[in-house]
Design a protein. Structure first.
Length: 481
């Protein structure tokens, strides 16, 4: 026989509760029937510490308490069922009150409080018993075990065969009901006496029945559970198809969006992220607009402008409106006398100047525009742009410079190293290959005088005539730059 004690307690949040039993049990079974976690230990439970067990909401746990423990401490809130058991495989049973042993007597006592499914009443106890039987009740009445007897002639039956048929039908109905009651039970357990004897011989069957009955909720528990709207089964939003819905209040959403790059109207049916992007752009531009001090004036500026207008209206615009207005328009000193206050001024147009020739004078006009590359040219009397011409001599050109706007340039120098071939590099490169002149002392023989062997825009080379050396030479280069 299994030795067990069962109790159900209601825990108060923050207050440890102690469950004591009449003897020492090696195992404690805890069934957490609440909506929050419950903590249990053999001492004072503290969540997250060694020796403290956590029983999640709606789950069960077995704790091995040792052979000399008679109590268990709990911490949490809500209803919890505790069973002290002498075996490790103890099944959960219904609560029978604090610490009562669960036996067949306890089960029978609980069942005695229930109403029998079969009972009877006398005719006298029925206040509205009918004086005649409805046609719909005749069939059931005819099948009843106790009823008055009638002769075949009294009920209009065929004496020769109706009684036998009625007996056969009654037997068939009875056999069917008995078969339904037995429901395929073996012959050794198809009577109540055999079942009672078997239950007495097989206590495990009683325990199984006891367990099955104990797991059933009574009416008050069932009503409380079905009326519980605080999610007692911990159903998640994903399980009901709301996995993508944020778990926040409707007035505390945090939408994600990217601000639009240009202003545009909202469109019906577009995504919230797109709509918020358009709204953000509009608000950004609006904030920038109202903060623009150029587009908007201050109250001080408005006051000043209004004062300026009032002053202009009173001091500068008298009733005759003739002060500070143009009264006379003159052209080259001659006053115009228009027929009205409207003045039409025609601005004349001009063409380019006409250049002079050897036989005719030119005419004034607009200066003709110079072409590209004529930035150094001058305007001639014939109306064209031309480059200045040099008509002087070389002596008129400053050394190392230019003559007015002349494009000709002169460079000169002395080479003092004797012997071999000399290479001279110009200080300023020429536009074209220049002319080069070389002079040497008259004491040198003509066959050893240096001669120019090559010229370029950047320099020239000279070479002596014989093996004898020369004392040096002077040179001059002349050309366009």
């Amino acid at each position: 026989m299994v030795n067990e004690q069962v109790t159900t307690i209601e825990l108060t949040a923050g207050t440890p509760s102690t469950v004591e039993f009449s003897g020492a049990y090696p195992y404690y079974w805890i069934d957490n029937k609440s909506d929050s976690d419950v903590y249990a230990s053999l001492g004072t439970p503290e969540a997250g510490t060694d020796g403290t067990y956590t029983i999640a909401a709606g789950s069960q746990l077995r704790i091995s308490g040792g052979a000399f423990n008679t109590k268990l401490c709990l911490l949490g809130s809500g209803k919890v069922q505790v069973i002290a058991s002498s075996i490790a495989s103890c099944p959960f049973k219904g609560a029978q009150g604090g610490g009562e042993s669960v036996t067949i007597d306890v089960l029978n006592a609980a069942l005695e409080e229930k109403a029998d499914s079969k009972h009877s009443h006398t005719v006298e106890e029925i206040s509205d018993f009918p004086t005649s039987m409805p046609a719909s009740d005749v069939k059931d009445w005819a099948k009843a075990n106790e009823k008055p007897t009638y002769t075949a002639s009294e009920v209009g039956a065929d004496v020769s065969g109706s009684a036998d048929a009625a007996l056969t039908n009654a037997k068939s109905y009875t056999d069917t009901k008995i078969a339904d009651l037995i429901n395929g039970a073996p012959t050794t357990l198809d009577t109540l006496g055999e079942i009672a004897a078997s239950m007495s011989d097989n206590q495990s069957v009683v325990e199984a029945l006891d367990t099955a009955i104990g797991t059933k909720a009574n009416e008050s528990d069932l009503t409380a559970h079905t009326g519980n709207t605080s999610n007692p089964h911990s159903v998640t939003k994903t399980q009901v198809g709301l996995g993508n819905v944020p778990n926040v209040a409707t007035n505390d959403q945090t939408p994600s969006y990217t601000e639009s790059t240009s202003l545009s109207k909202l469109s019906s049916g577009e995504k919230l992220s797109v709509a918020f992007g358009k709204i953000s752009k509009a608000i950004t531009d609006f904030i920038s607009h109202i903060g623009n001090s150029v587009k908007h004036i201050t109250s001080t500026e408005r006051t000043n402008w209004n004062a300026a207008k009032s002053h202009a209206d009173s001091a500068h615009a008298p009733s005759n409106a003739q002060v500070n207005v143009i009264e006379t328009v003159k052209v080259n000193g001659t006053a115009l006398t228009p027929s009205s206050k409207a003045v039409n001024i025609t601005v004349p147009s001009y063409s380019n100047m006409t250049g002079a020739t050897s036989s005719a004078a030119g005419a004034s006009g607009l200066v003709p525009a110079p072409a590209s590359g004529e930035q150094g040219a001058y305007l001639r009397g014939d109306g064209t742009w031309a480059t200045p011409e040099f008509t002087g001599t070389l002596d008129d050109i400053p050394d190392g410079g230019v003559y007015y706007k002349s494009e000709y340039y002169i460079q000169a120098g002395t080479y003092n190293v004797t012997g071999g071939t000399a290479s001279i590099t110009f200080e300023t490169a020429y536009k074209d290959v220049p002319y080069v002149f070389v002079s040497y002392t008259t004491t040198d023989a003509s066959n050893v005088a240096p001669t120019v062997t090559s010229r370029s825009k950047t320099g020239f080379t000279v070479k002596k005539g014989t093996a004898a050396g020369y004392a040096g030479f002077d040179w001059v280069a002349f050309g366009k730059i």
